[in-house]
Design a protein around this ligand. Structure first.
Ligand SMILES: Nc1ncnc2c1ncn2[C@@H]1O[C@H](COP(=O)(O)OP(=O)(O)OP(=O)(O)O)[C@@H](O)[C@H]1O
Ligand SMILES: [Mg+2]
Length: 234
């Protein structure tokens, strides 16, 4: 589904990603874990071409995306749910969702996708005409994910969906991510909630100071001594 090879990304003169290479197989749930400033958001932005990479190659289902505009990457079926949700605050829940489905293919199936999103997140169905900025934090995160799903993505990029949520909501969000993946959508999940994301992931990659330093199955990484001390506080 996704192949990243030797990716180097800079902000001006400052290098944020160093020779990052990894793959995400179709229909899998893959997680990138790393602490603050490791480069997780930078990596997702580079994949959706919100950032231009200095060198390296990204392929989405065999299509090289280097140089494509971000909306053309979206057309390949990549939905990016950004860190901090980035909703349109003065638009309603329904308007935010509809914005997620402006591309022709998604637009044609808008009503069907809306039903699927309301099935996953019933609270969004109940609050269709409420302004996004009046939703609770958890509801806003659900709306951000819902807006991403409105694209009918093949690959869903999730940047710290559990950040700032109460423990019960964190569990709910992780359950929904699992459900989305089981419906056949490939998921690349960036998280600081290392325990939860590794438990759920088919595969994990550790990003440290802009470099991938470790990889393995979720279960392998969970019992790794370095992961335990550096990320799980054990
Ligand atoms: N717009 C920018 N201009 C300059 N440097 C930036 C910019 N955005 C990020 N950086 C730097 O790039 C590095 C990686 O940042 P990034 O946001 O990708 O980290 P992150 O792993 O997502 O962190 P967090 O967990 O805090 O969200 C950091 O050193 C950061 O300061
Ligand atoms: Mg980030």
């Amino acid at each position: 589904m996704l192949s990243v090879k030797c990716l180097n990304v800079f902000y001006g003169d400052a290098q944020a990603l160093w020779d990052v290479s990894f793959e995400v197989p179709e229909k899998k749930l893959v997680t990138i874990i790393g602490s603050n400033g490791a480069g997780k958001s930078t990596l997702l932005k580079a994949i959706s071409n919100l950032l231009v990479s200095r060198s390296g190659e990204i392929q989405i289902q065999g299509h090289v995306t280097t140089g494509l505009a971000a909306h053309h990457v979206a057309e390949l079926g990549v939905a990016h749910v950004p860190e901090g949700r980035q909703l349109f605050p003065l638009m309603t829940v329904m308007e935010n969702l509809r914005i997620g489905s402006v591309l022709p293919e998604a637009k044609a199936k808008r009503e069907e996708t809306l039903r699927e999103v309301f099935d996953l997140f019933p609270v969004l169905g109940e609050r269709q005409s409420q302004m996004a900025n009046t939703l609770s934090g958890g509801e806003q995160q659900m709306l951000a994910i819902g807006r991403g799903l409105m694209l009918r993505p093949k690959l869903l990029l999730l940047d710290e969906p559990s950040l700032g949520l109460a423990p019960m909501l964190v569990s709910q969000i992780f359950e929904v991510i699992k459900e989305i993946n089981s419906r056949g959508i490939t998921v690349l999940l960036v998280e600081q909630n290392v325990q939860r994301s590794l438990e759920m992931a088919d595969e994990g990659f550790v990003l440290e100071n802009g470099r991938i330093t470790m990889s393995g199955s979720g279960q392998e990484l969970l019992v790794n001594e370095h992961i335990k001390t550096a990320y799980l506080g054990l």
